[in-house]
Design a protein around this ligand. Structure first.
Ligand code: SAM
Length: 236
């Protein structure tokens, strides 16, 4: 945790004084080992970054005076379309996407996505949010990504995707693609990443019909957890 992410209900009596309990307090106690007078990096969820000066700390509670005066880092200009991975992988990739600055994520269906993945409790709002918050705390960002679930491939690609990709460069990551990674992409990108078994030809055809270019990072077939940061790093 490189940033303590604050929420409006952490503030007491105005806009500066904050109390913390639970996971964030434990982190301050056991990892940062802060004492009264120490300054901690803080940020308001969907707001500014700043510092919090510890005024009181005990096993049960921390109080600090905050100054919030800096903009969070710029978002990555990438909308991510991710074929829903298995729940354990999903948690890791959401944290990675959030820490790398992706602000719009569509979890979509594909033939090789197991149906049971859509029933996972990890798709609940609170679970998704937990991973996104961990990513923001890791990166020192405050802006919460939006996650959208799209459990039907065809209507998503045919009806919604044409509007979504407007004004962006649409790329579908596919190890077998003949095109290498583009030298340069101008402006925002919509990036599709396939399931663990990869996109089937019907799906790459549909994405191409919609305007996507299939692009490969090379012959090495990477796991989704490795492909995601490798692909996103192209936009840093
Ligand atoms: N056997 C599958 C295939 O050949 O498509 C492997 C899928 S891979 C585990 C999961 C996803 O990661 C792929 O659908 C793709 O989006 C992305 N990926 C993995 N390696 C890649 C590479 N070398 N180039 C581009 N994308 C890659």
């Amino acid at each position: 945790m490189n940033l303590i992410l604050l929420h409006k209900d952490d503030f007491i009596g105005g806009t500066k004084r904050v109390t913390l309990h639970g996971r964030r307090l434990q982190h301050v106690l056991t990892v940062l080992r802060a004492k009264p007078g120490d300054e901690l990096a803080v940020g308001l969820s969907d707001g500014l970054l700043g510092r919090g000066r510890v005024t009181m700390i005990s096993e049960d509670e921390l109080e600090m005076e905050t100054t919030l005066d800096k903009e969070p880092p710029a978002p990555l200009p990438v909308t991510l379309l991710l074929a829903l991975p298995r729940p354990k992988v999903l948690r890791r990739v959401l944290l990675t996407a959030s820490s790398m600055g992706v602000k719009k994520i569509f979890l979509m269906n594909a033939f090789r996505v197991e149906k049971s993945f859509w029933k996972s409790p990890f798709l609940g709002e609170a679970s998704l949010r937990q991973q996104l918050v961990l990513g923001l705390e890791q990166a020192g960002d405050t802006v919460m990504p939006d996650v959208h679930l799209r459990p039907l491939f065809k209507p998503f690609v045919e009806d919604e995707l044409p509007g979504l990709i407007r004004g962006t460069t649409p790329l579908a990551a596919h190890p077998d693609a003949e095109n290498g990674w583009p030298e340069k992409t101008a402006g925002p990108v919509t990036l599709a990443i396939g399931p663990e078994g990869g996109f089937i030809p019907y799906e790459t055809d549909k994405l191409r019909d919609c305007g996507f270019r299939t692009v490969s990072l090379g012959k090495r077939i990477l796991r989704v957890e490795a492909a995601l940061p490798a692909l996103l790093s192209k936009f840093f």
